[in-house]
Design a binder for this molecule. Sequence first.
Ligand SMILES: [Zn+2]
Length: 431
Amino acid sequence: MTDPLSLHIQNGRVIDPANGIDEVRDLFVEGGVIVGSKPKGAKVIDAGNKVVTPGLIDIHVHFREPGQSHKETIATGSRAAAMGGFTTVVCMPNTNPVADSPATIAWIQERAATTACVNVLCTGAITRGIAGEEMSPIGALAAAGVVALTDDGHCIQNHGVMRRAVEYARQFGLPVMDHCQEATLSADGVMNEGEWSTRLGLPGWPSLAEDLIVARNILLAEETDHPIHCQHISSARSVRLLREARKRGIPITAEACPHHISLTDESLKTFDANFKVNPPLRTAADIEEIIAGIADGTITILASDHAPHATYEKEVELDRAPFGMLGLETELAVFLEILLYQRKVLTLPQIIAMLTINPARLLRIDRGTLSVGAPADITILDPDQAWIYDKNSSPSLSRNTPFHGFSLHGRALRTIVGGRTVWDLETGFTS
Ligand SMILES: [Zn+2]
C-alpha cells in the first residue's frame, strides 16, 4: 500500500457531530491523521457543494469469512462498505468456525489486514459455537482485540448464562450486543406473525419474541450496570420498553436497520426470499414507532445487518431460504430517504452522528470524529444526489437485496481510510 498522502479537503460542508461542527471549512490530513493546519505539498480535493463527515461506521455486518466465502469475503464485503461510505465495519461472529477463540479472531484480523480496504473490527461470540450454553473465553477474546461480544444470529435463551456473560464482559470493559429472539415463541417462524403470515399461510415470528428478550436485557443491564446493546430492533413495543428504560438511566442502547423502517411484511406476498430477514419485516405501526424512537433518541445507532447469501440459496421455497439481505451500499441512502427527506424527523448532522460518533462511543474506539489527531477516516458525500441502485454493479459476491432498482437520494462520493482514498465514485477502487 502507498503511503498516505497529505490532503487539503477544500470548501466542503464539514459535519462532525462529535465536536458540534457543521460549517463550510477546509480539512487537513497528514501522516494518516487529521491535522490542524495545511501540510506542505498537500493534495487538494475540492469538496465544494459536498458534505465531509467522519468515515461512517457500521456496527453490524456479516462478511462470511472464515467458512462461507462463496457468499462474501472480507475483501468483497469491505469493498461494498467503501462504496457505501463506510470506513469501519464490525463483523458478527457467526462464521465457520465461530469467532469464539483468540485463534479465529487472529485469523480474521490477519485476513482483514491483508485484504480489506476499510477497517474491519471483530466481535467475539459470547458462547462457544454460539450454542448459548458454555461461555467463550471472554478474557482471551478481549485480549485478542474484539470490540464487543455477541451471539448474533442466535440469542442466548438461558438467562443464567446471559447474566454471567454480562458480568464477565463488565470486568473486561466490553459491551454486550444481543440479537433479541425468544426461541420458543419465534419457533419456526419465517415472517412477522400477523395478517400477512395468516393470508400467505406461513409460520409467524411474533414481535413478542423480541419484546421478551429486550425486557430481559433491560433488567440485566440494570442489575449489572453494564451496557447491553439490542441489535436490529423491529418491534414497536420493544421501542417503548427501551424508551422507558433509558429514561430511568439504564445503560441499554439499540440500533435500527434500513429495511425495518422502509419495508413491511406485505413485501413477502411475492414470496421473494430477498425480503426474508431476521428479525422479520413487520407492520406500518412498527415502522412508526421505530422512527419515533430514532427521532426521540431512544434508538441511537443506525446499522445495516449486511447479510450476504448466494442466489441459489435464496432461490428456494420461502421457508427453506436463509434469513438476511445486503445493506452496506444502500443504507446511507435509505436512511436519508426515510429520516431526512420523507419523514423529516432528523437533521443531516443527527443522522451522521448515528453512523459515526454514537457507534464509536458504544464500542469505545477512537473513530467517528474529525478531531485533530484522530485517524483520517473521512467520507465525502452528496446528500442530494439522485441515483438508482443496481445490484449488478455491487462488489459483493451476493445479490440478495430488496432495494434493486430503487430510486434513492444521497450517496457517498469518496471514502478515505487513514488518509488514503480507497474508493471514489468516478474512478472506482484504488487497488
Ligand atoms: Zn441478528
